[in-house]
Design a protein around this ligand. Structure first.
Ligand code: HEC
Length: 165
């Protein structure tokens, strides 16, 4: 094969070009993200949409976040009736009082009656069945962690001997 300097020169140019492209790509992969981030992360003034003016600086969306069916900010299960429960049941106390309790529908009704009688809870009107449905469904009593239910068949019953007259 005859030596061709023009071909060699072309190859060297191509090689250099490839080296430059490779270098840029490598640099971008290493530092591109950091550079872009620092560009995008400039402080955003409070008045911008997505921020509550004068708020804690958290986005409004963060307060509505739902993770695994739980409304993160209140800790309440996000299910039917959630909005009404949140609106009525977190006005005086933390939603924790709700989430830490479990009861039947009757139990929840009793708690509501007690708060209405003693704590100034208002008449819930047509919201009451919605609230009770929500509570009885999502915060029903559960047996987990308690002793197993007694097996009636296993118990040796005996008659209590009453003293004879
Ligand atoms: C008008 C104020 C007010 C509203 C509204 C209110 N509560 Fe209460 N609730 C109270 C007070 C006061 C207590 C007692 C707090 C304490 O013991 O620290 C209480 C206690 C509770 C308790 C704990 C009861 C116990 O036996 O320990 C639960 C559960 C509860 N509330 C659920 C609810 C639910 C469900 C709603 C919505 C229907 C609601 N609350 C709305 C005032 C209110």
């Amino acid at each position: 094969m005859r030596f061709r300097p023009d071909l060699l020169r072309a190859m060297i140019v191509l090689f250099n070009l490839a080296l430059v492209i490779f270098g840029f790509t490598f640099f971008y992969l290493l530092f591109g993200e950091t550079l872009l981030k620092s560009y995008h992360n400039r402080p955003v003034p409070m008045e911008q949409p997505g921020y509550r003016s004068g708020g804690s600086g958290k986005t409004a969306d963060a307060e509505e976040e739902i993770v695994n069916g739980i409304h993160v900010q209140s800790g309440l299960i996000y299910a039917e009736g959630f909005d009404i429960v949140r609106g009525n049941c977190t006005a005086c106390h933390s939603a924790k009082l709700v989430t830490q309790n479990r009861a039947t529908r009757e139990g929840w009704t009793d708690m509501i009656r007690w708060m209405q009688a003693r704590q100034g809870l208002w008449d819930l009107g047509e919201n009451e069945p919605v609230i009770l449905d929500y509570l009885a469904t999502n915060y029903a009593p559960e047996d987990i962690g308690r002793r197993a239910t007694i097996d009636v068949e296993e118990i040796e019953w005996y008659l209590l001997e009453l003293e004879e007259e």
